[in-house]
Write a new protein. Sequence first.
Length: 183
Amino acid sequence: MDYREEAKKEFVAAIEHLKVEAANLRTGRAQASMVEGILVDAYGAKSPLVQLASISVPEARTLAIQPWDKGLMKDIEQAILKSDLNLNPVVDRDIIRLNFPALTEEKRKELVKILHQKAEACKVTIKQRREKIREQITNDEKAGTLTEDGKFRAFDDLDKQVREFHDEIKAFIDSKEKDIMTI
């Protein structure tokens, strides 16, 4: 069994989840990813906003949402109002505009704190998955399909891989924190 590949798949999935979570945090600029996942009641089902409209960033603190079906304007507006963005959409004929106010220093620090919590949760997930894989390695050694030296080599490789992913998380968090704190 190739433990490195299994570990890599699971670790990459954890980091991708962190990146999706972090994309939803507001920085000083408007980003389409902040609203793409908002669920809209459309055609009798809930659909992500990105499937119902084009989303653009005409200015640094403004998003423009243009529904492909103009009949969904009210539904999209309601979904935005219900979201946790705390924004008031402005309907301008066939475009919905979202204006993002500048973040206060206090709000920026709060967002950085949330970012670090999400990063720590990602690290915990990676550690849990590492322990699961270490258990598999130990079981394989007990079953005789892996030598004792092979077990220790696999442990070392796994620990090295975890350190690399922790470094990747740190680099990502540092970059995102810089975005959040930039005025």
